[in-house]
Design a protein. Sequence first.
Length: 660
Amino acid sequence: MTPAQTPDALVAELTSPGAGPFALLRRLDPRTGLPGPVEVLRGPVEVVETLADVPLRPAAEHVGRDALALVPFRQLRERGFEVHDDGTPLQVLRVESAADLALEDALRVLPDDEVALRDVAPDLSDEDYADVVRRIIDTEIAEGNGANFVIRRDVDGVIDGFSARTALSLFRRLLVAEQGAYWTFVVHVPSDPDAAEGSSRTLVGASPEVHVRMARGEVVMNPISGTYRYPAAGPDPDGLVEFLTDPKEVEELFMVVDEELKMMCSVGDLGGVVHGPYLREMANLAHTEFELRGQSTLDAREVLRQTMFAATVTGSPVQSACRVIRRFEPSGRAYYAGALALLGHDGEGAQTLDSPILIRSADVRAQGPSASVRVSVGATLVRGSTPEGEVAETHAKAAGVLRALGALPPLPPRTGTDGAPVRRVPLASDPRIATLLASRRDRLATFWLEPQAAPAGPVLGEALVVDAEDTFTAMLVHLLAAAGLRSRVLRYDDPGLDGALAAHDGLVLLGPGPGDPEDASDPRIARLQGLARDLSAAARSGGNPLLGVCLGHQLLSGTLGLPLRRKDAPHQGTQLEVDLFGTPVTVGFYNSFTARLDGAAAARLAGEGVEVATGPGEEVVAVRGRGFAGIQFHPESVLTLGGPAVLRGLVEPLLTAPRG
């Protein structure tokens, strides 16, 4: 908007023939927690291949907003993950003009045209989606492929006469009807002039969740999980109290915090700090959330790449979750569960990044006079999920966008007995709710609740961490640093791993990962079984000491002759108190398989000088012997209290014991 241009003239220009691409955003200001103005961004759109190709102006030439990237889900190919390649482009709006409108001005000038969505139909019936939930729990979680998974379902429809005015009308409806969104947005990209008249791609939505943001080197992520669906009469504090004490909802949030901490530890120089929890109140539902903060010296585009995409829209571990999504979803996700990303520079030349997850949105593709519309939603499926509950959750998540599209009636205003409107009181203001939220911190590791300083004191040695396809290893690196160990991580399939192991002199940590530890038909497991045999034999004969964690522990236990069994009830995201060689510890488990101890094995191992700590059902919690140790739990998890002390207690004897 030029100094002489009025809001009315700006909107008229946006809706004029041949006006070109535009984006309107209303973003939450992280400094105040309040929504900012409506930002109007205009400029040409280009397609690039990778996030590193997103163009930014030199910092010395520009302050402010440089580019708005539309990042599709298929971009996960950059990380080497399996994904349906549906051809959805990575588009970038290069910001040539930017204007801010006060909300009242925007609501006054934006069109409010009638929008009628017809031929509305879900791709999966409620019964079919419920069956997906059952299969995920009974197969993928039970078989150790991950702790949680997000499988989508779509609602499709058609809008006749779709235009830029329609796009702005949908945006206006969301501005009025939704609350608590991190970004409310519309991005409208007309096709090339050679395409059919009226062709365009439009994304419009109200996302509650930060994907990642960055300012002056501080990186912030915002894991949101757990959904309280408002009853027909509106939100109820007693109902919210019941939701906040539901173990399934509590554990679901802790699991995604762990998964996003893995990403934060990958991009953050000193790991991350967990803030919260908080309550995110929206029009149809409320979510629980945490905030993760860390410092990074990486380019903002690399931060964006390494954090594709949150566990709240994929699952954990993310790489395994992507394989499961590809098996269970018949087609690509287009932009659903991808991200918008606004990049630029601040007044001191530092890069800025603000990126919401593309959820609670409609993907509108116009070809001539009619437009196809798709609203995609998913639920986080965990071992405690019920098919009925997850089906209801998808309906609640889709409701806000479907109301804006006219597929559902607007919410009736809440009135009191006198018929006067009732002003909604924030649920979080209820003292019971504030207490319940605060109590969740008591279950989390203080290591991740406080800033991690650079390790003090002498360095105890070097650690080589073998990543078995679970980036919990990134968190382990920070925990090892607290114990005085410098570390580097190599994947199990890294071509240089064998050479690095041969040259290494110090601790080897065989890390966690998904899957059945006895499934030698899986090339990854077969490779890890071989590594476990070699590393265990070397450790017991005076070579590099070995620590196995979770899957690494199971593989180590196998080399000791302990039988491995699938658990009747998975311990995915479970916090338990166990006896660790005479010391009670509260730790976090992510396992569907376990080693077991019987009488004969106990006598044999005792004769070999091997100690075994067991839990219920003779499940092996930990083992240790000359040159090695293994633990079924995750010392690096937010669910493990006193993780650094637990890890040091296991590692220090391995490092100080004489070899040979």
